[in-house]
Design a protein around this ligand. Structure first.
Ligand SMILES: Cc1ncc(COP(=O)(O)O)c(C=O)c1O
Length: 699
């Protein structure tokens, strides 16, 4: 698959973008391509709405596409698109440009687009040209001039493009006048930018205002620019040898998490090359919806410019300095913000870098706490956890994991843990139904704790939803009962908010649903919006105070990771929280999760759907062989796996937990995207389980 086109931008205004775009359009046409041309926003048309640029481009490409498609927006004032539109009390919609682009693409092999002004020109209040380029997934050609100042302007434009992760085809130099310019050091420019200079168009008189001599210009272009490099770039991009080599190396060298590697060797792997918004694009240019928020981490969409900018800015200023004996600005500021947001009694922040360590830190804190309080309670050595729990893969975290498959190989080296029944209503081990059961599972859990309380240090729990255990949503009141029983027996409560934290359940933290404050809270996954790994364990003042003492009393918490308090990760996490506020994410979630709920209702039509569980933006759809008896499918059928492969074919990436289909959309996903993704899940389940019913339009 070739690139869909090229976005021609310049290092400023009046640089020769139209000349370069026209030259490329002509060369492609001459090489038998049907070329669409586009000037998404034309500004400075004046009162007569003149549009000479697109007229020139159409001449050069031979396009006869309607002007409304080629120029979706035209404004009179010679300002940036955003400001020119605002002057006419109008605004530019990126989606409308994308629609016109796609319409042109249906009529042509590719589309050459020319931006207005330079690259960092605003299209709307919030978006710049690069946001459009990312959305359309086209490479950029940078047009520059040969005069004094070109190095600075060219390098600045390349750096801006890099910051947005734009793919760049190369640089084209266009002479503006017949005057002498300093000698061009092309090799140096290519080395510094890593980009090829695709051509130099010497000054031509054939483009004089108002009387363009097209014939002369065409031969001028043909004489001075060799189209091979541009065509090779456009054609090579999606099926190069490099891609095949990557696939080979992937299979040869890698060992994947939670994956049977023998089977994996025979499977087609999707290798992701880029991401934008809710989409992930593979090496071959196929774009999929990311229906799992890149394993439960992404909040604001891929390629969010504010997050990338924060990361780049902070990495350039201070990429890392150890937190052992030193502080750094973002880590200090972030701790303050986290404590402002977290339940009231949490007073201290201990950083690490993944969910397992955040939990492990909490467990070690709790264990050590009982050895250091006055009087010490050294008999409290055990932890309580729930069946079906998952808290990570380090040994302590595995010990409190209640999924047999993940722990049975390690049983003998794991600390002893007490497991209470999971509040898994669909498969209640007590054979009861909520609410008539009056939380019989909580009563069982309390009895177990009553019996062993003097040995128990902490109760580790995923508040409200046991996500990796199968999106098991706890019935109302369960979490509060856990807090009460911990209080009754002086047990510390560790809330693992790794998966459910940062808005996933509709609240900033899941504990808020039942107004519960844990003694220790583990955070990770979405903390840095899915951009960088980061984790924190928050503790109350009471817990922290037990670690205070003289140096030789050895009450220090002897734990720490090399990348603790990582400055770029903390800076991105701060930006994440700013975006939560600015975009009113939590407020938006009520409506969004209701919308999602409405779209899940029809899943009930599918005979193999046993249970649909949802809290906020977390969904689990449990597939069963027999709905009446709740008999599961034979594990060897791998129904869940088949459904996600089918969804992948239809353009959605999700991952099942056994036969539970998990949908964990990016929080910023729009209603239209949520609908599309749920439709794909519905159709995929229907196709795999043999009861196909085409999606029906609901909105
Ligand atoms: C609830 C919960 N706790 C802990 C973890 C472990 O996090 P990590 O994979 O970052 O170590 C996970 C990961 O999925 C999780 O869902």
């Amino acid at each position: 698959m070739r690139h869909k086109g090229l976005f021609v931008t310049g290092v400023g205004t009046g640089i020769g973008k139209t000349t370069a775009a026209g030259a490329i359009a002509h060369l492609l046409r001459k090489n038998d391509y049907d070329v669409g041309v586009m000037k998404p926003v034309q500004t400075g048309t004046g009162a007569k709405a003149k549009n000479p640029d697109i007229a020139f481009l159409k001449q050069m490409s031979g396009s006869n596409d309607p002007v409304q498609l080629c120029v979706p927006y035209a404004f009179k004032a010679p300002f940036s698109p955003y400001h020119a539109a605002a002057k006419e009390k109008r605004s530019v919609r990126v989606a409308a440009i994308a629609d016109a682009f796609n319409a042109l693409l249906r009529k042509n092999d590719l589309v050459i687009m020319e931006g207005a002004g330079g690259l960092m020109v605003p299209l709307t209040k919030e978006t710049f040209w690069p946001d459009l380029v990312r959305a359309l997934n086209v490479p950029v050609l940078i047009v520059t001039h040969p005069d004094l100042g070109m190095i600075h302007q060219t390098l600045s434009t390349v750096m801006a493009a890099e910051m947005y992760g734009l793919e760049m085809a190369g640089i084209m130099i266009v002479e503006k006048a017949k005057k002498k310019h300093p000698p061009l050091d092309i090799k140096w420019l290519e080395k510094r930018t890593g980009l090829p200079v695709l051509g130099i168009l010497p000054y031509t008189t054939s483009l004089k205002k108002g009387k363009t001599n097209y014939g002369r210009f065409r031969s001028h272009v043909e004489k001075n620019i060799n189209p091979k490099a541009i065509i090779d770039f456009l054609e090579r991009s999606r099926c190069s040898r490099e891609h095949r080599l990557l696939e080979e190396l992937d299979k040869k060298n890698l060992w994947r998490p939670f994956t049977q590697m023998r089977e994996w060797q025979g499977e087609n792997e999707v290798i992701i090359d880029s991401g934008f918004g809710t989409g992930l694009t593979d090496l071959y240019g196929k774009t999929y919806y990311d229906g799992q928020s890149s394993y439960w981490v992404n909040i604001h969409g891929h390629g969010n410019a504010r997050l990338t900018r924060t990361l780049t800015r902070q990495a350039a200023r201070l990429e890392h300095a150890t937190f052992l004996g030193l502080g750094n600005k973002p880590a200090i500021k972030l701790a303050q913000r986290l404590l402002e947001l977290a339940p009231d009694e949490l007073a201290k922040v201990f950083y690490s870098d993944n969910g397992s360590t955040a939990v492990e830190v909490g467990m070690k804190m709790a264990y050590q706490y009982f050895r250091q309080i006055d009087p010490p309670q050294p008999k409290r050595t055990r932890f309580v956890a729930l069946e079906h729990a998952y808290h990570g893969d380090t040994l302590g975290a595995v010990a409190v994991g209640g999924i047999e498959m993940y722990r049975d190989k390690f049983n003998e080296i794991l600390p002893d843990v007490l497991f209470a029944p999971s509040p898994y209503c669909y498969r209640c081990t007590l054979g009861k139904a909520f609410p008539e059961c009056s939380l019989a599972c909580a009563r069982k859990m309390e009895e177990m704790i009553e019996e062993h309380h003097s040995e128990i240090a902490a109760f580790v729990i995923e508040p409200m939803v046991q996500c990796p255990g199968g999106i098991i949503t706890a019935p109302h009141g369960y979490l509060k009962r856990v807090r009460e029983v911990c209080d009754r027996y002086g047990i510390l409560m560790i809330a693992d908010e790794v998966a459910v934290g940062f808005g996933r359940t509709g609240r900033m933290f899941a504990c808020e649903h039942e107004d519960v404050c844990p003694d220790i809270m583990a955070l990770s996954k979405s903390m840095a919006a899915g951009v960088l790994p980061l984790a924190a364990t928050l503790a109350t003042q009471k817990v922290y105070d037990a670690f205070l003492g003289k140096y030789d009393e050895r009450k220090t918490f002897f734990h720490g990771h090399t990348f603790t308090g990582h400055p770029p990760a903390c800076a991105v996490a701060l930006e994440n929280l700013d975006l939560f506020k600015k975009k009113k994410i939590i407020r938006s979630l009520e409506e969004k999760s209701q919308f999602l709920r409405d779209h899940l209702i029809r899943f009930d039509n599918l005979p193999c759907v046993g249970d649909i569980r949802q809290l906020g933006m977390i969904v689990g759809i449990e597939l069963v062989k027999d709905r009446e008896t709740r008999e599961p499918f034979k594990p060897s059928l791998r129904i869940g796996h088949q459904v996600i492969l089918e969804a992948r074919k239809r353009g959605l990436i999700i991952r099942p937990l056994g036969d539970i289909i998990v949908f964990f959309p990016i929080l910023s996903a729009r209603a239209k995207e949520i609908k599309k993704m749920t439709d794909i899940i519905y159709d995929s389940i229907a196709a795999v389980t043999g009861s196909f019913e085409e999606s029906i339009e609901i909105i």
